[in-house]
Design a protein around this ligand. Structure first.
Ligand code: MN
Ligand code: MN
Length: 482
């Protein structure tokens, strides 16, 4: 595919500036902007201001927005309020003749410490074998910096930025984007005039093939509470006389899913969109290796051995997982206790067009019925703890066709069109508040160890990813329709 001359120049510039980009990422990784640990909150603030400075250099009009406070417990009985990390808004260009894209990224990171098993200091970017190791390198500081690089490349070569860009960088993403949705609803003025959204907070499916993400599963998380006594009991003294809460709970949990992974709640699949031949065809060419997947799981046998079945069952069908039992004895050794109260936790990953409320009702009604057949006198309650909707984007939208073409320019190949089984809640937030097409455009590779030890981004992904974003805005600007 012939790369337009303008992009060829920009790509050359990007290749030449590798060291500058690595230096920039080094600065960013050095700030331990861990949002989940209150002691690091100042660093998240510092990271937001660092980014603000970088944006200002590019001529972006910035605004650091206070989004309120958060209550955190200091000791068992005491709590205190601390400020949430602010949201950084930026606007570059305001030309009514151009399209306006909204770019989202997050500047906070997961906790990390050398003692967790990192080979190197997590907050010091280390270059080794074409990879840049450090917390946040891939999730999500590297991709945020790729946006800075892409814009700068246009400017340094005296090319007009072909679109207006609005930036939203938050600092609470790793804590569930606390405060973001409320803030965005209040600042709908900022979201006005946006034509489409690009989120680069995800990674490829594998390690070689670039991807675009067009679907995510949602979640319904449940708890089953059962209480049989006013205190924990000795099984020697009381065993044989008590309706035990734990036995009741195991009975209910066992009624949820069978050994083939089939969810046993009646009508649960009712609203699942049927697969089409066309859709299944797109799965065939996806770069996905069952053997590697098994290796990543660390098991010999999966529920499905076939690639398409694995992909469809993790992306576009619901799955039920049992997560744990609160109140149950779980330490080493053999404690002979009858727990007075246990809370079972499980969740269902839901898919288009399943509705969380409807699923919750089906599940709770089913368990209530099962409970009646148990004839236990214990206190029982199943409830929905939290839920999020599934998300499916329209891949025929110009936002996607632009990203496909940009991928061809940057990588000289078409991207795999994929879904993922997890959730990126902000995706739905944007889609719901603005009703504009949202694109999830990954920069990092599937083995980047986001959230894990030795997180990294490949230099090649940082460089080609920067080209990808530069080409993406170019392609968006070529779209005629509005
Ligand atoms: Mn992320
Ligand atoms: Mn993350």
């Amino acid at each position: 595919m012939e790369v337009p001359v303008l992009l060829q120049n920009i790509f050359q510039y990007i290749d030449k500036n590798e060291q500058v980009y690595i230096q920039c990422l080094t600065e960013a990784v050095k700030i331990p902007s861990v949002s989940g640990i209150p002691n690091y909150r100042e660093d998240v603030f510092r990271m937001v201001y660092w980014m603000e400075e970088k944006l200002k250099v590019l001529g972006v009009i910035t605004e650091v927005c206070d989004i309120g406070t958060q209550v955190i417990s200091t000791t068992e009985n005491n709590s205190t309020k601390i400020a949430l990390a602010p949201v950084l808004l930026g606007q570059l260009g305001n030309d009514p003749k151009k399209k306006t894209i909204l770019v989202y990224g997050h500047l906070d990171v997961q906790p990390a410490a050398k003692e967790d098993g990192w080979d190197t200091e997590p907050f010091k970017l280390i270059q080794k074998n074409g990879k840049l190791y450090g917390r946040g390198a891939s999730d999500d500081k590297g991709p945020c910096i790729a946006w800075l690089n892409a814009v700068e490349a246009y400017q340094k070569l005296n090319h007009e930025i072909p679109v207006n860009i609005k930036f939203i960088f938050e600092g609470m993403e790793e804590c569930g984007s606390v405060g973001l949705e409320g803030f965005l609803k209040k600042r709908s003025d900022f979201l006005e005039s946006v034509n489409c959204v690009c989120i680069s907070d995800a990674r490829w499916l594998g390690t070689k093939t670039p991807c675009l993400i067009y679907g995510l599963r949602g979640t319904c998380y449940f708890s089953i509470e059962i209480e049989c006594a006013s205190k924990d009991l000795h099984s020697g003294t009381f065993g044989g006389s008590v309706f035990e809460a734990m036995s009741d709970l195991v009975f209910l949990l066992d009624s949820l899913v069978d050994s083939s992974g089939k969810i046993l709640v009646p009508d649960i699949l009712e609203d699942v969109l049927p697969t089409t031949c066309e859709e299944l065809k797109t799965y065939e060419n996806i770069d996905f290796c069952v053997k590697e997947f098994k290796k990543a799981v660390g098991c010999e046998q999966l529920l499905h051995e076939d690639k398409i079945k694995i992909l469809t069952n993790t992306w576009r069908y619901p799955s039920l997982s049992i997560h744990g039992i609160e109140g149950a004895f779980s330490d080493h050794g053999s404690k002979t206790v009858i727990p007075k109260k246990v809370i079972g936790k499980f969740s269902i990953r839901i898919v288009p067009n399943q509705d969380p409320e409807k699923i919750a009702k089906l599940v709770i009604d089913y368990l209530d019925k099962k409970w009646k057949t148990r004839k236990s006198p214990n206190n029982y309650k199943t409830s929905l703890t939290f839920s999020s909707k599934p998300w499916l984007s329209s891949v025929s939208h110009y936002n996607y066709t632009a990203a496909i073409k940009a991928t061809e320019f940057a990588y000289n190949r078409k991207p795999d069109m994929i879904r993922i089984g997890g959730s990126i809640p902000v995706t739905l937030t944007f889609q719901e508040i603005m009703d504009k097409n949202v694109l999830v455009l990954p920069i990092g590779a599937g083995d980047d160890n986001a959230h894990s030890q030795n997180e990294k981004i490949n230099i090649a992904n940082l460089i080609q990813g920067t080209k990808l974003l530069a080409a993406y805005i170019f392609e968006i600007s070529c779209v005629k329709e509005h």
